[in-house]
Design a protein around this ligand. Structure first.
Ligand code: UD1
Length: 418
């Protein structure tokens, strides 16, 4: 298995381009199932999760062509409505085919995603919503079996804010009979991007980006083109790594409006931030960061997908920062690896109290999930000496050419075959 070998200590400097957002690309690719004509996408990131989604679509009979960051998907002839365990187990977001399959074909069999390193991650709210829209759902032998002759509009209230739950039901509702209202809906920018793409395909959706989304079902959707929005988590990861190394970077092809909560924290940490329409510049003026407190919340709050990276920042900052995780029950595994690099972190349930030290020391560490891996890479870049990050298949799921992009910023980082 490949590893990343990092020699820490280089101050990151220069310019790097953000890729398209993984968490927007995945639901948008699944939306292709809703339509018998071609969905043409650009700014699709080259990631393992995107490849897994394309394989999932192809094994269902969707015709896929890919050229760089452009993907065309045409679901004119679907030959199966099954999402097999082999693919779902490697990527929980495969659950996003459930709503589209059911809406267009009246039937879906999707392997139930299992537990996950960061928490139980049930899909009960996805199923509850589809049942409210008239679907018959059984869970048997590890599969969700769902049937409905035609879904009908419903008034659905989510108990918990769920991103993929909101997306699944929005896609299902696009072809349902009548009006669907989603209350306590997720407001993440990726939900809004999916809504934009669906609207380009002819869906009638209002309120995406607010807590109430209203969808008036239509008989069919049509061909469309869409550009995937920039990845705010990838952007934030570069900024945090630069802050940890007291550097100065410019991230281009991004959107500063997507990162309000993260930029506020970086400013509190002492970074000078300058933004333009599609770029963000961060300059630490060569200074050590100051500790910040972080409390994860659904959007527009601080994103849980940036929690690990901010914890890494606190590890090398001046002072003590309190990091509270409210979205997932087990999302502190990076803390244990950071401790191996000399970080002073005290865990108390959902809270981590981090006392910064002048310098971490390089060590062999193990990635446990996608964003934890990013935090370990950033820590390795800021540490003294060598760090090897193992199990980087997690990183490859969600970061495009991460070592090449960091190397472009002056990091000493290489991928070695394990
Ligand atoms: C998405 C993102 C992930 C991000 C997360 C939270 C994608 C592909 N993934 O994951 O990167 O970390 O949002 O911003 O977009 N829950 C239930 N029942 C459900 C669904 C969720 O109890 O049916 C709970 C979860 O266990 C969790 C919380 O709701 O505690 C939020 O999870 P959710 O927003 O659904 O996360 P994902 O959509 O899986």
């Amino acid at each position: 298995m490949d590893k990343l070998l990092i020699t820490g200590g280089a101050r990151l400097a220069g310019e790097v381009r953000a890729s398209g957002a993984k968490n927007a690309a995945l639901p948008i690719l699944c939306a292709a199932i809703l339509c018998p004509e071609t969905l043409a996408l650009s700014n699709v990131p080259a990631l393992q999760d995107v490849r897994t989604t394309l394989r999932l679509l192809e094994q269902m009979g969707v015709q896929v062509t890919r050229n760089g960051d452009q993907v065309e998907a045409c679901a004119a002839n679907l030959n199966t409505h099954i999402a097999p365990y082999e693919l779902v187990k490697t990527m929980r977001a495969s659950i996003l085919v459930l709503g589209p399959l059911l809406a267009r074909y009246g039937e879906a069999q999707v392997s139930l995603p299992g537990g996950c390193a960061i928490g139980a991650r049930p899909v009960n709210l996805h199923l509850m919503g589809l049942e409210a829209m008239g679907a018959e759902i059984k869970v048997e032998s590890g599969f969700i079996h769902a049937k409905a002759s035609r879904l009908r509009g419903a008034h659905i209230m989510f108990d918990t804010v769920t991103v993929t739950g909101t997306e699944n039901l929005m896609m299902a509702a696009a072809l349902a009979d009548g009006q669907t209202v989603l209350e306590n809906a997720a407001r993440e920018p990726e939900v809004v991007d999916l809504a934009r793409c669906l609207m380009a395909m002819g869906a009638r959706i209002r309120g995406a980006g607010t807590t109430t989304i209203v969808i008036d079902g239509v008989e069919r959707l049509h061909a469309a083109q869409h550009t995937v929005l920039p990845d705010r988590i990838e952007t934030g990861t570069f900024l945090v790594a630069a802050a940890m190394t007291r550097g100065q970077v410019r991230v281009t092809h991004t959107d500063p409006n997507l990162l309000d909560a993260v930029l506020v924290k970086l400013q509190q940490a002492g970074a000078q931030i300058r933004t333009g329409e599609d770029f963000i510049e961060l300059d630490m003026l060569g200074q050590r960061a100051k500790s910040v407190n972080v409390h994860t919340m659904p959007h527009p709050g601080f994103p849980t997908d940036m929690q690990a990276q901010l914890m890494a920042l606190d590890c090398v900052a001046e002072g003590t920062g309190v990091v509270t995780e409210t979205i997932f029950e087990n999302r502190f595994q990076h803390a244990l690896e950071l401790q191996r690099m000399g970080a002073q972190i005290k865990l108390e349930g959902h809270t981590a109290i981090v006392t910064g030290c002048e310098c971490l020391t390089g060590a062999p560490v193990m990635a446990t999930d996608l964003r934890a891996s990013a935090a370990l890479v950033a820590a390795g870049l800021a540490a003294e000496g060598q760090t090897t990050v193992e199990r980087i298949y997690h990183l490859d799921r969600g970061y495009e050419r991460i070592e090449a992009k960091f190397a472009q910023l002056g990091a000493r980082i290489e991928r070695v075959a394990g």
